[in-house]
Design a protein around this ligand. Sequence first.
Ligand code: FE2
Length: 393
Amino acid sequence: MNPFVSPKHIYYGEGSLCKLPEIIQDLQVKKVVLITDPILKELGVIDPVLEILHNENVELDIITSVVPEPPIDTADQVVEEARESQPELVIGVGGGSAIDIAKATAVLVENEGKVEEYLNLNGTKKLENKGVPKLFIPTTAGTGAEVTDIAVFSLEDTKDVITHEYLLADYAIVDPVLTYSLPEKVTAASGIDALTHAIEAYTSTQAGPLTDSLALDAIGKISANIRTAVWNGKDKHAREQMALGSLIAGLSFYNAGVAGVHALAYPLGGLFKIPHGESNAVLLPYVYDHIWPACLHKMSKVAEAMGLPAEGKDNRTLAREVVWELFHLVEDVGLSTQLSAYEIKEKDIESLTRNGIKQTRLLNRSPKKLDEQSIHQIYTNAYHRRLDGSNHV
Ligand SMILES: [Fe+2]
């Protein structure tokens, strides 16, 4: 039995950024490295954070070389820059990319070597030192990166992760106000990513009662609010519910894990540079179209959480309706449910399958075994935009 783990300090709520001065004072730090996305700096999204740090008189180095789906070289470059700064605290502000790089940086400033050497599949080194304190402030809802100890990096043809308890935040501040100005597409993609975390955690082979209750709550909050958050971003209630849903989905999947959707999404990011949220979105209906018979009861609970009418319906009917609801939800928020929309050719399915099958850490958590043939079938269905539930009848 594994314990339920989370960052020690999580602040959630509108205006929770006001906790930052208290944290700086408690830690008694004077030298801070802040890692963020250049666009967020340009748009002024991080200005409230900068203002607080300025008022606290800390010596601040801002690193803005974060790029989406960060390649390993980018992470190394940031780590090198941060080592020169010798920070006492690393703050990551942004989406998953900024926070993941911040995680690795905060730890590697006190460990030797390159990021690549610590990767789960391709690395050989073990982290010896915990690194400096880390504080993460997400500006999307979201990757859940602020509450997990996983940092994802892009390699030539796939993705790999550093995963270690040392990467876990000392502090996470989730202030929905920072998400109010997110554009539609980012809201949609990060929101579907959060929904995928919740559903995959709920049906994971490593799920337990604690992760289940968080996951179901997250599924309810996200599915009820994602359309409004995307198409009416000024709706504060929808933004708050999305931020909270993303946070609790993060806590759930950090402990129960994600599975097949993320496993098959990684090669889409690696080989075709499709953003993480969109990679999940284009596969989510098709993976559940394949695995629902192995998690029938849980799928009926997902139907309930999503608010689908259940009266007089058996679990099989409800599970099929969840698959269709996921399909419609992805399209309703303006994302594609077809691989060919990303200029992927049918012949590419072979290399996607070869890469997908390597993600054993994730695939092992699927309630239904995903072998090479089933992975190939899922990519093929996603290519043809074909829900294939009749295979199971
Ligand atoms: Fe994700």
